[in-house]
Design a protein around this ligand. Sequence first.
Ligand code: NAD
Length: 329
Amino acid sequence: MKMTVFSTHQFEKPYLESANNDTHELKLLEVRLSENTVSLAQHAEAVCLFTGDDASAPVLEKLKDLGVAYIALRSAGFNHVDIKRANELGLKVARVPAYSPYAVAEHVLALILGLNRKLTRAHNRVREQNFSLNGLIGFDMNGKTAGIIGTGKIGAVLTKILHGFGCKILAYDVEKDEKLVKDYGVQYTDCKTLCSKSDIISLHIPLTSETKHLIDDDHIALMKKGVMLINTSRGGLVDTKAVIEGLKTGRIGYFGMDVYEEEEGLFFEDRSDEILQDDVIARLMTFNNVLITSHQAFLTDTALTNIAETTIYNLDCFEKGKNSENEVF
Ligand code: NAD
């Protein structure tokens, strides 16, 4: 099959090529799919998209006109695709539902420990031959309460990790995972109670119209003073301006983010020669208790292998006219 792959990053090319093993004709493009670039899918039966690609209704309509019939997402999240319109147009969409919950959960831990033990500040100081410890006091994780919002695949792995650190786990999810209750003593509660009782809060629910800006002024006001908030799920789950206010008042004591509301068109590229136009992320960068990574939580060798293999498997199934179980409706 002919598949145009949009937003191909250098780091994933070898994984895609190896998983494909010359089976399909892949056109690997670095450009992002948008109304301006959609014509590059001409002659392709399928397109392959990443999280920053624009698969809104007008783009999908143009893909359909070009003869594209299949959309293979190299991500678990599909909030960047107008699924309703895709279904109406008869475009099949498949994703990679699980490639490594460990990759993301372990990155959460990196953010938690990096913030708690002030690793960036400490590292920068030592490089300047400043060996002072003032201002570097952290806290014991043991005995703290961690609030996990979303106990699906990633939230469940994080639960296990934080339980190992001696944390008490509170959780909020529309579905209770009884195994987590039994094995790790997880206590399910509502989102507001979780916010008011947790020392560390980590988000692991999908972004939907229902969950957009779940963490807003009202939820932040309920949080313990000095709380640590971690978002590796989707930027839109938090109202970033409310988080900035929370950081300014000290209500939020630490903020770790791997995803950002306005990350499309900003993340995944080297922009070190450009003038940063986004004043919100610029403000976030000024806080020394904020740790930002640019959507790299998934970035492990295992996850990249699984993403590439599942993507090619999805395409194989489409070619054979059968469902891969990874279709999104
Ligand atoms: P999952 O589907 O296994 O778990 C999601 C959980 O959220 C489920 O338990 C579900 O019941 C719960 N949920 C859904 N809607 C809810 C709501 N309105 N209120 C409360 N709970 C709700 O997903 P996962 O694999 O654990 O991934 C979670 C999220 O992580 C994804 O949606 C994606 O946005 C994000 N993600 C980020 C990266 C990264 O690199 N930063 C990588 C992979 C996934």
